[in-house]
Ligand binder design. Structure first.
Ligand SMILES: Nc1nc2c(ncn2[C@@H]2O[C@H](COP(=O)(O)OP(=O)(O)OP(=O)(O)O)[C@@H](O)[C@H]2O)c(=O)[nH]1
Ligand SMILES: [Mg+2]
Length: 217
């Protein structure tokens, strides 16, 4: 496959993600969401898949978003503002078996409500653990995303846990599995928050999704 982004694009995205970033707020209820006045990209996926870690890797900080071994760490919709022009949104994870049913429902409904009604949401990155590939719970999330009419892209996480050829196989398999889904973006990116693989490209994907390359001077 030819490279989708030029070196200039990747560099421009790197510069954007090196700009100041801060935690804006965590919303526990849909009424608490900030006004939709900046472009947003959101990170969704199973609990423990690496959403918070990926946000940290994108902005080059270790502890901006709280990452943890304990599944279900992120229970609110957390908003981070990058360069006062873009928000990164850390969504509560799904498929967390150990929580009580009502707890899980509360924060999952919150995530779903956010995804459904956010006019400034440019793209959702649905994270999939590279070791496991797509699971039944992910298919449910894909169904929900297809009906919410928001453009989404699949991102494999923890690629450092696999050999390169195994990563390529999961990328191909995942791409095939979503090829018939209407709102799925036709690229799958393999990343490692731990080692940094795929992070520069993901920054470029995000910048492109927010039309950043068109507006830079
Ligand atoms: N080896 C490796 N481990 C990772 C990577 N990304 C995340 N992890 C680990 O996976 C665990 C979960 O990461 P989180 O970022 O907290 O996952 P999350 O999706 O935010 O989880 P919830 O908030 O519970 O939904 C942590 O122990 C991370 O250190 C990666 O790229 N490589
Ligand atoms: Mg988290």
């Amino acid at each position: 496959m030819t490279d989708t982004f030029t070196e200039d694009d990747v560099e421009s995205a790197r510069v954007l993600f090196a700009r100041p970033v801060s935690f804006l707020m965590g919303a526990a209820k849909i009424e608490q969401l900030p006004a939709p006045d900046l472009p947003e990209v959101a990170f969704a996926g199973r609990s423990n898949v690496g959403k918070s870690s990926l946000i940290n890797a994108l902005v080059g900080q270790k502890h901006l978003a709280r990452a943890s071994n304990e599944p279900g760490r992120t229970r609110e919709v957390n908003f981070f503002v990058l360069d006062e022009r873009l928000r990164l949104v850390d969504l509560p994870g799904y498929g967390w078996a150990k929580a009580s049913k009502s707890t899980v429902k509360t924060f999952q409904n919150l995530g779903r409500d956010y995804l459904r009604g956010r006019p400034n949401l440019k793209r959702v990155y649905l994270l999939i653990d590279a070791r496991h590939g797509l699971k039944t719970v992910d298919a449910e999330a894909l169904d929900a995303l297809d009906t919410s009419a928001v453009s989404y892209q699949l991102v494999l996480t923890k690629a450092d846990k696999l050999k390169p050829h195994e990563v390529d196989e999961v990328v191909d398999r995942t791409l095939k599995a979503v090829s018939r889904r209407p709102a799925a973006f036709p690229r799958v990116l393999a990343t490692s928050s731990e080692k940094g693989a795929g992070i520069p490209k993901l920054r470029a994907e995000i910048a492109a999704a927010c039309a950043w390359f068109e507006t830079r001077s």
